[in-house]
Design a protein around this ligand. Structure first.
Ligand SMILES: NC(=O)C1=CN([C@@H]2O[C@H](COP(=O)(O)OP(=O)(O)OC[C@H]3O[C@@H](n4cnc5c(N)ncnc54)[C@H](OP(=O)(O)O)[C@@H]3O)[C@@H](O)[C@H]2O)C=CC1
Ligand SMILES: CC(C)=CCC[C@@H](C)[C@H]1CC[C@H]2C3=C(CC[C@]12C)[C@@]1(C)CCC(=O)C[C@@H]1CC3
Length: 322
């Protein structure tokens, strides 16, 4: 996000809980977004704020999600209003409508999940509702939400590293379900492109005000074909045995129950959580027609090119050939 904004000639302030990069062209502010007073200096003189922070879904910490995604988002909104920021673009998630059952070409009109698959998703819903309802043209404050899905790309600490870690420990042997379920994986540069277009098109009377938009690669792929391509691209064997979806789901549920019972004694993070099994074994792809129509969105990097660039960016995860 920072790199594309700078490339387009925008001045950028970054607010984050840890400083993970150095760039002379960026003003960096260290702090917790739950602290409104800490946010204010970063927002002085700013016209657009992108709120992309969230604890990682794998942290599985209900209180932290509630504190950061819900209470923290309220603090971000208050700070934006107090500092005179005119536009707020939230990074939401397409998962806000996902309940663990198939979604095929889902539109933004699908209702929020009544039974979200985890605490992360539960608080992404609360967060999105807060941001969209804060849209207030009378006070010159405009809000919108971008709902990406399955973000991947160079430097992402989640998708490829978690997959390779699982492969290294011999856990990527099984295809969950029949392997035909289509899913969206979205290249990070397309996600960023959608955010910047949203900011540029968000203004009084625009259809973006108070609304959510899917941003995807617009090329749904079978979940297991995508995983296999990443695995083989980094010299790991693709999964080849099939396990029925419901068997995998109930095994993961049982495992999480056992680990919960053992949690006073030992903390173990399972690779196959019920949430990951649900994501691996169902259809979940979304239409980005609304973003095309209302902000002129079109993916700028194809899935093929995106996978190649991603594979090249993780030389340290490549397995040496025997
Ligand atoms: N990855 C994906 O597939 C998808 C992600 N999203 C959304 O995209 C956004 C970015 O996610 P992603 O790039 O994956 O994750 P990252 O972990 O890379 O980015 C989130 C950032 O938020 C920071 N952060 C967490 N808590 C706070 C806090 N209290 N105050 C300030 N900063 C904080 C994190 O810091 P630190 O790491 O130090 O905790 C991290 O730098 C999130 O809103 C996520 O919900 C939506 C759909 C799909
Ligand atoms: C089955 C398995 C262990 C695969 C390894 C890859 C997974 C770590 C990713 C596959 C789909 C990804 C995904 C997310 C995180 C990483 C995966 C589970 C999200 C939950 C991240 C946050 C969101 O808002 C939705 C994403 C959906 C897809």
């Amino acid at each position: 996000m920072v790199e594309q904004l700078l490339e387009k000639g925008y001045a950028v302030n970054v607010f984050d809980i840890q400083k993970r990069f150095d760039n002379d062209r960026v003003q960096f502010f260290l702090g917790d977004l739950c602290d409104k007073e800490a946010l204010l200096p970063a927002l002085q003189g700013v016209s657009v704020a992108f709120h992309c922070a969230s604890p990682a879904p794998s942290s599985d910490n209900r209180e932290l999600f509630y504190k950061v995604n819900f209470m923290g988002t309220k603090a971000v909104i208050e700070a934006c209003k107090e500092a005179g920021v005119q536009k707020l673009v939230l990074t939401s998630s397409a998962s806000v409508v996902f309940e663990g059952t198939d979604i095929k070409n889902g539109s933004e009109d699908l209702p929020y999940a009544k039974k979200p698959i985890d605490y992360y998703t539960e608080t992404k819903i609360l967060q999105e509702k807060e941001v969209l309802s804060a849209n207030d043209p009378d006070n010159n404050f405009f809000t919108t939400a971008i709902r990406p899905h399955g973000i991947f790309g160079p430097r992402d600490p989640q998708l490829v590293p978690i997959l390779i870690q699982a492969a290294k420990s011999g856990k990527m042997k099984f295809i969950i379900g029949d392997g035909k379920n289509l899913v969206d994986f979205t290249y990070v540069e397309n996600v960023v492109h959608g955010h910047i277009l949203a900011a540029e098109n968000l203004q009084r009377h625009s259809p973006l005000c108070g609304k959510a938009f899917h941003i995807t690669n617009d090329e749904p792929v079978p979940f297991w074909a995508f995983m296999s391509r990443i695995l083989t691209g980094l010299n790991y064997d693709p999964p080849k045995y099939y396990i029925p979806y419901w068997l995998a789901y109930y095994l993961a549920l049982f495992l999480s129950l056992v680990l919960w019972l053992l949690s006073p004694l030992v903390t173990i993070k399972p690779t196959f959580t019920p949430m990951r099994v649900a994501l691996a074994g169902t259809f979940h792809y979304y239409s980005c027609e609304r973003a095309k129509r209302d902000m002129g969105y079109k993916p700028v990097v194809s899935l093929d090119e995106a996978i190649d660039r991603t594979l090249q960016s993780y030389p340290h995860l490549r397995r040496a050939k025997a």
